[in-house]
Design a protein around this ligand. Structure first.
Ligand SMILES: *Cc1c(COP(=O)(O)O)cnc(C)c1O
Length: 381
């Protein structure tokens, strides 16, 4: 029997100061959006070079609002990588627009910009890239492409808080940028998200769209000009997020150190395909939300499911990020089938997310690597 502690694939790092801050909010008499949200937004804004940021209830909500802000609706097309979380294509569909799935580069697992450009047509309005696992897309090439074709860019930076491109934090430049504070992300607010916008006018529109579309009239009554949703964040969440954000550099440094150990120690026979290590000379620009090698399935008499079950039996949790979005039932109807986007499909079939979170120890990484080596060696073809 295995007596070692269970290692989940992700785990939030919450301290006693956070518990105290949450208790203070609960005692304060003001628990929904208020001073803590304002402070959280100010701290987020400071982390992205002073650009306006508005907090919302999730990254999914932020994506939905971003699409509305960009005026995207029926008849419009939005380009998105097929190797992404379902939130992006689902929000495109909910906006009434059509998701156009494009393959990713096999190395970075980020949107293949040449393939994206080939899919741009008269209906294309925006491009919604994901920074896979926290590794930034080529932002220079991305924005050059968007400018050439007059497209909005809605960055799904759910995994990329604290990442940077050529020294500039993700979110500090570009167009619209979305962060997530789900417990599996590098900063959590229990749940929550944020949208970075370009100017005060856009920020005011976000404030309206996140709260019923309500605007206040001079006579003290309210009006609704645009049907808005209900996506505001509570002060309880913001109190957690504020404490977390202060520790982001420390968290991400620890993630990088753990990943360096994975790269040094994950030696299996047959070998796994290791993730992209980050751009040479700019390795600290990768926030390492996940460490996800690809299994050498052709050389194994073992399915991914059986591999994951074997690690689970060792007390090691794993994840799958992501399934191939274009093959999901809700999106196949836009004309997709297996074989169209081969890099995405190969990654989706063979990826396994291994445990990675700041409170993991070096010994934990050794344990995961040893378990992987043992299971793969026992099942080589
Ligand atoms: C987690 C995640 C989301 C969704 O974030 P929520 O805050 O849970 O809505 C969106 N996109 C990507 C790439 C994610 O990893």
């Amino acid at each position: 029997m295995n007596t070692l502690p269970y290692l989940p694939f992700a785990r939030p790092t919450l301290d006693e100061a956070t518990v105290e801050d949450v208790a203070d909010v609960l005692r304060s008499g003001w628990i929904t959006s208020g001073p803590k949200v304002a402070a959280f937004e100010a701290a987020l804004s400071a982390s992205v070079g002073g650009r306006p940021v508005r907090a919302v209830s999730s990254a999914t909500a932020a994506l939905e609002i971003a699409l509305q802000l960009a005026g995207i609706g029926p008849g419009d097309e939005v380009i998105t990588p097929a190797m992404t979380f379902f939130a992006a294509p689902s929000m495109i569909v909910r906006a009434g627009a059509t998701p156009v799935f494009v393959d990713v580069e096999p190395g970075t697992r980020n949107l293949d910009l040449a393939a994206a450009e080939a899919r741009i047509g008269p209906r294309t309005k925006a491009i919604m890239p994901t920074h896979f696992a926290g590794l930034p897309c080529d932002m220079d090439a991305l924005h050059a492409l968007a400018q050439r074709h007059g497209l909005r860019v809605i960055e799904d930076a759910a995994l990329a808080i604290g990442s940077s491109w050529r020294g500039k934090p993700i979110g500090s430049f570009g167009d619209l940028c979305v962060f997530s504070f789900h417990p599996n992300k590098n900063v959590t607010a229990i749940e929550g998200g944020a949208l970075v916008v370009n100017d005060a006018r856009e920020a005011r529109t976000v404030e309206t769209l996140r709260f019923h579309g309500i605007t206040r009239l001079p006579d003290g009554t309210r009006d609704v000009a645009v049907a808005g949703g209900k996506f505001n964040l509570s002060d309880v969440n913001a109190a957690v997020g504020l404490r977390q954000l202060a520790r982001l550099p420390e968290f991400n440094a620890r993630r990088r150190a753990l990943v360096a150990r994975y790269f040094a120690r994950l030696r299996t026979d047959p070998p796994c395909e290791l993730p992209h290590p980050g751009y040479p000379g700019d390795e600290s620009g990768h926030s390492w939300n996940m460490f996800a090698p690809l299994l050498p399935l052709p050389d194994l008499a073992l399915s991914r499911k059986a591999f994951r079950d074997a690690l689970e039996a060792h007390g090691i949790g794993t994840g799958v990020s992501y399934e191939a979005a274009h093959l999901a039932t809700a999106y196949r109807r836009f004309g997709y089938h297996r074989g169209l986007l081969p890099h995405t499909e190969r990654i989706a079939e063979s990826t396994v997310t291994l445990p990675l979170y700041p409170t993991m120890t070096d010994a934990d990484v050794e344990r995961v690597c040893a378990a992987c080596a043992e299971v793969l060696a026992a099942h080589r073809r």
